[in-house]
Design a protein around this ligand. Structure first.
Ligand code: FAD
Length: 460
């Protein structure tokens, strides 16, 4: 591999930062991963990743690509206690019924976010030249006098705010998440900051851990009860390490799942599938509930910028945060890291920021379209609903009922939402035929695609 420089600095050692360090470690003498948090040694929650207490899984496209980036990582995750759950053990309730996933070889992780991050961090730390500098927060960028090239970054100690240091680098990557300072830093340097696209969904999560009886739900290890178009409530249960269920209840458009055990259980009982209630009812709770609110999701259009300083890149949630219901964020970060790898191979450091943002645009776009497209099905969500959206939404309303009894349609759908294949795969003639055939059969049986029993509008 061609050596590209002496030192690369990655700001933020969350999932995006960790995976971006991999292609850099192959090409720079040293890579420094900087994080504001003091990073724990074990599978422990931390302040800088508050979302880590809620459901976090690697969808099939993320798990497969993480293995490309770090060969053997699936085994490492399993050795660390993660479940690797085949699709036949998922109970996905979407579009008014359960998807038939009996004939699919897809897999997801069943683990807490701290476990996933910890296993990936150990692998990245073991790469030659990688150093973690924790307890330091990124501040301003250092540039050449004409401000066309980033030459480093100033850091401030979290333990002692009077203590500062400057890291000199050939490349700086910002993966500090949704609170990233890059728009302000660009403006300070005289660059146009990126335009913002925002979708306000006002999502609330409440999460609890329970002791898991391996025989519960017939041994199945993942449940998803989707929020129906005319409802506000949904939830997910995932078998995670140490014999536990991680259960996240979801409320959209201001609906807040309760934290107390009784209210939590009642909320699960009100969902349109009984599977989540079956997980929770009577199970031994572990610890207290955690709540979080996500008023909106933001896409920063770095991919449309004409100018970005040389030696600078932005990735992960700092570029785009997605509705977490679709579990895409870590996968998009992994794809961005793989695109960085290709760009560095083809062009070295020449315009690496703009080139990588442009190369990874497809992944951000697909994930954003899938998530916002589903959010906009809810009439109360404010946003543009062009003809293309209406056509796709209409098609999916036919596809999902077909996926309830046709494993080929179900697998094709999961491959797209799991980011293994791109959305046009759903329009292939063979699949279109199966969907239309299914729709005709459903019409004959009076199936509408609405939940058989939608209890999700009842208030807590
Ligand atoms: C509730 C919820 C559930 C989710 N579930 C899933 C899921 O199931 N699957 C999935 O793929 N994705 C999920 N996501 C998205 C996922 O968390 C992120 O997309 C993913 O972690 C990539 O984020 P990141 O590394 O860019 O940012 P983060 O994970 O937020 O990491 C940012 C890092 O930067 C550090 N930092 C911040 N500021 C500074 C600074 N100034 N200086 C130094 N360090 C700094 C922080 O300490 C942190 O370590 C979920 C998100 C939420 C909110």
């Amino acid at each position: 591999m061609t050596r590209l420089g002496e030192h690369a600095v990655v700001l933020g050692a969350g999932m995006a930062g960790l995976v971006h360090a991999v292609p850099l470690a192959r090409r720079f003498d040293r890579v420094t991963l900087v994080d504001r948090d003091v990073l724990p040694d074990g599978n422990v929650d931390r302040r800088g990743v508050p979302q880590g207490r809620h459901i976090h899984l690697l969808v099939p496209g993320g798990l497969t690509r993480l293995e490309l980036l770090l060969p053997g990582i699936v085994e490492d995750l399993a050795a660390g206690g993660a479940h690797v759950i085949p699709a036949r053990e998922w109970r996905f309730h979407m579009g008014g019924g359960r998807l038939d996933l009996s004939d699919s070889d897809l897999r997801i992780t069943g683990a807490t976010r701290p476990l996933i991050e910890n296993v990936v961090r150990d692998r990245v730390r073991a790469l030659g030249g990688v150093e973690v500098l924790d307890g330091w927060a990124a501040r301003e960028l250092r540039t050449t006098a004409d401000r066309t090239r980033v030459t480093g970054v100033r850091l401030r100690s979290e333990a002692d705010p009077t203590e500062e240091r400057v890291l000199v680098a050939d490349l700086v990557v910002d993966t500090t998440g949704r609170g990233s300072g890059t728009p302000r830093r660009l403006a300070d340097l005289g660059y146009a900051p990126p335009a913002e696209e925002r979708l306000k969904v006002d999502i609330h999560y409440t999460t609890r851990l329970f002791r898991r009886d391996p025989a519960s739900l017939g041994g199945d290890r993942n449940v998803l009860v989707d929020v129906p178009p005319d409802g506000r409530r949904g939830g997910v249960a995932l078998a995670v390490e140490e014999g536990r269920w991680l259960v996240t209840l979801i409320g959209m458009l201001g609906e807040r799942p309760p934290a107390d055990l009784g209210g939590f259980t009642d909320y699960a009982a009100g969902l349109w599938s009984s599977d989540l209630h079956d997980v929770v009812a009577g199970a031994e709770p572990i610890g207290e509930a955690t709540r979080a609110a996500f008023p909106s999701f933001t896409r920063h259009r770095y991919d449309r910028l004409r100018r970005l300083p040389e030696g600078y890149l932005v990735a992960g949630d700092a570029v785009c945060s997605f509705d977490p219901r679709f579990g895409q964020g870590m996968t998009v970060a992994i794809i961005e890291a793989l695109e960085l790898d290709r760009v560095l191979d083809a062009h070295g450091l020449d315009r690496v920021g703009l080139r990588t943002l442009s190369a990874a645009r497809w992944a951000v776009q697909d994930a954003w379209d899938l998530a916002t497209g589903s959010d906009l099905v809810h009439p109360e969500v404010d946003g543009p609903r062009p003809l293309s959206w209406r056509l796709i939404t209409g098609y999916l309303q036919r596809l999902l009922p077909a996926a309830h009894h046709d494993p080929e349609v179900a697998a094709a759908f999961i491959r797209v939402i799991g980011m293994l294949t791109r959305p046009p795969a759903l329009m292939r003639p063979r699949l279109l035929g199966r969907v239309l055939l299914g729709a005709r059969r459903d019409a004959g049986r009076g199936v509408t695609g609405a939940p058989a029993e939608d209890r999700s509008r009842t208030s807590a």
